[in-house]
Design a protein around this ligand. Sequence first.
Ligand SMILES: [Zn+2]
Length: 305
Amino acid sequence: MRIGIDLGGTKVEALAIDDAGQELVRHRVATPRGEYVGTIAAMAGLVRRIERETGATGTVGAGIPGTISGATGLVKNANSTWLNGRPLKEDLEAELGREVRIANDANCLAVSEATDGAAAGVGVVFGVILGTGCGGGLAFGGRVHAGLNGVGGEWGHNPLPWASGDELPGPECYCGRRGCMEMWVSGTALGLDFQRVTGRTLSGPEIMASCEAGDAQARAAVERLEDRLARGLAHLVNVIDPDVFVFGGGLSKASRIYPNVAKLLPSYVFGREVNTPLVQAKFGDSSGVRGAAWLWPQAPKTSTA
Ligand SMILES: [Zn+2]
């Protein structure tokens, strides 16, 4: 049995899956925001509850909105800032008495979809979460590529490429820089962009819905987002050239972005030739928690490599 935990900003969700990826049980609790000790207790409590109900012991993987520093073993880059600088992995392992694997939540999306989702069996998968924020994650052969510095796939904090005059210097990002992709292609970003241009206040999902209902200003805002997304993805094609892009998060449910962004990509990619599929995550909002479970891979290698 594999147990996956998705530590989100508002909820902590955990599920157990069997070897075939079949869901056995799932529970969620509200995230103890701002409380580190409470967060560890919530995560461990979900594992204990699942093991009590199934009568089985599982491997434990967790997806977090940040990463574990390879240098210090402490959480860094989490927008749930109370986790930063904390030994989350060590403390959770001590609490549960076993090794725990932890990865960035966008990396979990990529692993989930590469294992048994929309990119099952595909070699190089780049996952993009277009939610309240925007995150990127990378899986090679179904395994997380966290990278030497633990920032593999952190495309959300690269600057918007080929920014025009009115896009510079770009909105301030919580990371301390301006004009990060996250500030341009997330649900929050869509709302801010729409407000800057029109003076109207709507959320990202509301703008998407208005766009579908024929609102010209909303459509223009979504078109700007699609163009910015194409520019950002073009950089990834030029550097990694992944076999597929898989999208999760609230905005990924807008079916128009797939053909529209695919149409825009060639004008930005070097050589103007792009056939990379853009697909929606098969498991939707569950991709993160499933990917966390799959951090313990399907067929563990027996070698020590
Ligand atoms: Zn940033």
